[in-house]
Ligand binder design. Structure first.
Ligand code: ARG
Length: 571
């Protein structure tokens, strides 16, 4: 059980002993306990005004009553300050408890079975066919990947879905352009970029010769009708895109369980449109079929165009129903930029209006924009930063730094990849999702401050301490040497890690884990600089400090893993 839970239980016992018939539980108090802003105010604080209503007493009185009754070996003393009850944990005993608890589940500290028997679908990355993977897709890819790991770690069954953007008239135009000016070799060699070039050329030529638009539409019609030639080219375009993109996914270590995208739902929209109609939700508007959402302060959602064509939202409706039927999800998360806020609000509202209460499990996990040295990304202006180029450059820069710092490192290429990619991913996941990010090389790749390389370096430092440790078999650690403030900071961060994982999941915010892991690295470095780990004259103390180092190494590695960053053992 985690330390905070134990304190909450102790306080609940005290409340029950102070107030007859009091129904306050450990879980209630767990949710109320705060971490005070300063260490001198205790390790945890209970804001008693939150109990005032239930207990019908003034907060300072509640704090005083609890202070008198609370007992337990984990608590050294308590202090009443205004309406707060500040709790100071007993340091001896605590170190042993925490370090041993962490080391008892290597790689699993913070994991739980909270999600057992429940399923989460995560829709992330969701790239568009025949478009290059640019840094605008970094956040959806990495937030989604991290959340998938967090949910896995908490016992959920997870389904990672790359909802491909593989439908639309642009594909007709692309085939038309390919037939006129392209060749197999050109696309095979040039990959997605060749398709992009064809598309650009189509538009340039169509300005001179508008009849091309009709040809493009005709090709799209052929795709819709399942024409053999059109389908063959289209399928091949998809394969080339996925193969190109796979290189980036491989660098990032990102995987999916399903690539069912927009086209997959072609034959699955009918029943849903019928249901909408039967339930009286479809109305005609200028020949098109829409769902009216005036009442909810939203513009109408266009479901069928006047020519009967379906839209993005029609496909998302079909996808939601399919996912419900196929996976029986408890949650279905859409990791998509905030520009699509309205789309998802409409989508969820329509399902609610259809009377399916599983809409409650659907959530739009939105995020802000990524810019690059202050420049937003615009495809047409040529300022696009492709993810593959960005990662390549990060790896090169990391290699330069490694070359300077540790020229004798054996696996320099691999470490350069781990550090370069890690720096980019960390940078993307170290702030609240909704904040815009301005990517800067020097900040991302610095070995100081809140950066990926800094945290990775601390992990490597722990590994190096462990390599240098003397043989400690048979030595019983003396945990009393871990009672100082610096060790205590490290211990508290280890102890609170599971809580952070839970919170990150509850809010779908990986950055909480990034921050916590960074604080742990900072606290350990402070400890490391102020205390000697190895002391030949005191093997029992050495064993305790080495065990602490091992626990830190393990939790940093887990924290980084949860945000999709690797942890090299030497760098
Ligand atoms: N392909 C879309 C885009 O790049 C994102 C799709 C998100 N997922 C969804 N189910 N709508 O903007």
């Amino acid at each position: 059980m985690d330390m905070k839970m134990r304190i909450a239980q102790r306080l609940a016992e005290a409340a029950q002993n102070s107030y007859e018939g009091c129904a306050v539980t450990g879980d209630d108090l767990y949710a109320m306990l705060e971490i005070p802003p300063e260490k001198k105010m205790g390790d945890y604080a209970l804001p008693c005004f939150r109990l005032a209503k239930t207990l019908r007493k003034a907060p300072p009185m509640i704090a005083a009553a609890l202070a008198e009754k609370v007992a337990g070996s984990e608590i050294e003393r308590v202090e009443v300050v205004g309406g707060y009850l500040n709790v100071f944990l007993a340091r001896s005993g605590m170190a042993k408890d925490i370090v041993e608890a962490v080391l008892a589940k290597p790689g699993r500290w913070g994991s739980s079975n909270e999600g057992e028997g429940k399923t989460v679908c995560l829709d992330y990355s969701s790239i568009n066919i025949a478009k290059r993977f640019h840094i605008g897709h970094l956040s959806t890819t990495m937030i989604g990947h991290s959340l998938k790991r967090i949910y896995d770690f908490s016992g959920y069954t997870t389904v990672g879905i790359n909802h491909l953007g593989d439908w639309g008239t642009q594909f007709g135009k692309m085939i038309c352009a390919y037939k006129k000016w392209g060749s197999r070799e050109m696309v095979e060699q040039g990959g997605v970029q060749a398709m992009v070039d064809l598309y650009v050329r189509f538009h340039a030529e169509a300005e001179k010769d508008p009849s091309l638009e009709d040809e493009g539409r005709a090709w799209f019609k052929k795709i819709e009708d399942g024409d053999e030639e059109a389908m063959a080219i289209f399928t091949w375009f998809k394969e080339v895109t996925l193969k190109d993109t796979q290189r980036v996914y491989d660098l990032l270590g990102v995987t999916f369980d399903s690539y069912n995208g927009e086209a997959f739902y072609n034959d699955k929209m009918g029943p849903i449109v019928d249901e909408l109609r039967e339930k009286g939700l479809l109305v005609e508007s200028q020949g098109a079929q829409v769902v009216n959402l005036d009442e909810y302060n939203m513009p109408p959602a266009l479901v069928l165009r006047s020519d009967g064509a379906t839209l993005y939202i029609t496909r998302d409706l079909a996808a939601a129903f399919y996912r419900m039927k196929e996976y029986k999800f408890d949650k279905c998360l859409y990791v998509v930029a905030y520009q699509q806020n309205l789309h998802f609000k409409q989508l969820f509202k329509i399902i609610e209006l259809m009377g399916h209460d599983w809409y409650k499990g659907m959530e739009h996990v939105s995020f802000g924009m990524v810019s690059f040295g202050g420049q937003a990304l615009a495809t047409r202006k040529g300022t696009v930063v492709y993810l593959e180029d960005l990662l390549g450059k990060a790896i090169d820069k990391a290699r330069e730094i490694i070359e300077q710092k540790s020229p004798n490192l054996p696996n320099k290429d691999e470490v350069a990849r781990q550090v370069g990619v890690g720096a980019v991913v960390y940078f993307d996941l170290h702030n609240e999702r909704i904040k815009d990010i301005d990517f800067q090389w020097d900040r991302a790749l610095s070995f100081e401050g809140e950066t990926g390389p800094y945290v990775q370096y601390t992990h490597a430092r722990c590994c190096s301490v462990l390599r240098k440790a003397p043989d400690l078999t048979g030595v019983t650690p003396n945990y009393d040497v871990l009672c100082d403030d610096e060790a205590n900071d490290v211990l508290m961060l280890l102890s609170r890690f599971p809580e952070t994982v839970r919170k990150a999941m509850e809010l779908n915010e990986p950055y909480l884990i990034t921050r916590h892991t960074t604080s742990l690295a900072q606290a350990y470095n402070k400890y490391y600089f102020e205390h000697r780990i190895m002391d030949e004259s005191d093997l029992a103390g050495t064993a305790a400090r080495v065990a602490l180092t091992d626990a830190v190494r393990d939790v940093i590695k887990t924290g980084l893993w949860l945000i999709g960053v690797e942890a090299p053992e030497r760098m």
